[in-house]
Design a protein around this ligand. Structure first.
Ligand code: ATP
Ligand code: MG
Length: 401
């Protein structure tokens, strides 16, 4: 069918034509926004899940929900080895701009505090400070959020931002994607600041998204983090939602899917959103007409797989060193051996078994494992076990060897 009218959208953070199966999360977030704007205590949301399940697009949808309620919003993507100060100041700068009222004294004060917070990263080195300008034109406020202790500074910063939002009768929401990549000090300070802010009833929330081990990262940092955040596991879509992700965009283009084709699509994609979009795109282009049939799915499947092998799996595999690749392949083999036939073998495996399969001592493999963890290719859900962060990665590795 006409590729120009192809509605499907595979790609990291690509807004899907239909955000299927996430009504519960969107509804829960509306409650959070309403309660927080009324000064009621409420836990914020943290979305966790594997690669490509739709965390980023859901985070963006939550942000849109906040904007519709006239909240100020900002977003940042954490990166390993990057301190929180600069990206957070940019996000809060954006949030304050969205609040409006640019001419008021309160706004100038808060912008000055954000600037002070951002500049503190450079320490006393004025040259370093001048090299990076957060784009805030007001003078820096002194003696607020600039102590150099990230925890103290964050509390002061969020208190002032929250105070401004409260004065204007709205709130501020900061969205942190890839939250598991925040540094240990930054995570700890962010939790402490959220704790403090929620106790003072100020309308500020931090909404996070990250890999499945994010709750463990947060609770290792502050034991009370479970009381700060409500963890929502974002997973593959159930059959009905997966069908909807395909049929709703087709309907908008006056096209349809046959029931058998939908069943074949679910078998191929496992309901994983990224795979749904990738297959949807390939099948649409190959289909001879509406309704799209099982035969169309079969014809396009190799193309979809080839596309995924490059864009989804290959791009990640390429980031691993030869030693790390051996480790990944051993994981894939062990996973296959250990899983019963009727379960997709993508579940976690024992690190000891991986070492045994490579004929090495577990300790000698720690560098490879740590590096893969840092690259976000694997995660450890519980002690002594690891799993792929990428769905169907084991299968890809086994088939491509
Ligand atoms: N609810 C949904 N319905 C239909 N398609 C979706 C849905 N959620 C996400 N997608 C599609 O899935 C793909 C992956 O989404 P996204 O980038 O948000 O995943 P992610 O969880 O952030 O992945 P990563 O961990 O790699 O950052 C995109 O092409 C997006 O359009
Ligand atoms: Mg993402």
């Amino acid at each position: 069918m006409d590729p120009i009218r192809n509605p499907y959208a595979p790609g990291a953070g690509q807004r899907p034509p239909e955000l299927a199966g996430r009504d519960q999360e969107l509804g829960a977030f509306d409650v959070v926004l309403e309660r927080v704007s009324r000064g009621r205590p409420e836990r914020s949301l943290v979305l966790t899940g594997l690669r490509g399940v739709g965390k980023t697009v859901l985070l963006n949808a939550l942000r849109s929900a906040a904007v519709r309620r006239h909240w100020g919003t900002g977003k940042l993507e954490a990166r390993p080895d990057q301190a929180l100060r600069r990206p957070l100041s940019s996000a809060l700068h954006q949030a304050v701009r969205e609040l409006g009222h640019p001419q008021s004294d309160g706004v100038d004060h808060v912008l000055g505090v954000i600037k002070a917070f951002a500049h503190r990263e450079a320490g006393p080195d004025a040259k370093l400070r001048d090299r990076w300008n957060p784009g805030i034109e007001v003078p820096t406020t002194r003696g607020r959020a600039d102590s150099g202790d990230i925890e103290i500074d964050l509390v002061e910063l969020l208190t002032d931002v929250g105070g401004l939002a409260a004065d204007q009768g709205t709130g501020v929401a900061v969205f942190v994607d890839e939250m598991q990549d925040l540094g240990a000090d930054d995570v700890s300070a962010l939790c402490a600041a959220c704790h403090e802010i929620s106790q003072s009833g100020l309308p500020v929330i931090v909404v996070g998204a990250g890999l499945p081990h994010l709750p463990a990262v947060l609770s290792a940092s502050k034991s009370y983090s479970e009381r700060l955040f409500r963890y929502q596991r974002i997973d593959r879509l159930p059959r009905k939602a997966a069908d909807r992700a395909l049929t709703a965009p087709a309907e908008d283009e006056d096209a349809a899917w046959s029931p058998d084709a939908l069943a074949a699509m679910y078998a191929a994609t496992g309901g994983y959103p990224y795979f749904i979009q990738a297959y949807g795109k390939a099948v649409w282009d190959r289909a001879t007409g509406s309704p799209i049939t099982t035969a169309d799915v079969e014809v396009a499947a190799p193309e979809a797989e080839a596309e995924l092998a490059v864009g989804f799996f290959g791009s990640r595999y390429d980031r691993a060193t030869p030693g790390e690749r051996d480790y990944l392949r051993a994981m894939a083999d062990v996973a296959l051996e250990e899983t019963p036939v009727d379960v997709p073998p993508d579940d976690s495996v024992l690190t000891a078994d991986v070492a045994a399969s490579l004929g090495k001592k577990p300790q000698s493999l720690s560098p490879a494992r740590d590096s893969l963890l840092k690259k976000g290719l694997i995660y450890s859900a519980e002690r002594g076990r690891i799993a792929f962060t990428v769905p169907h990665f084991g299968r890809y590795l086994r088939e491509s060897s």
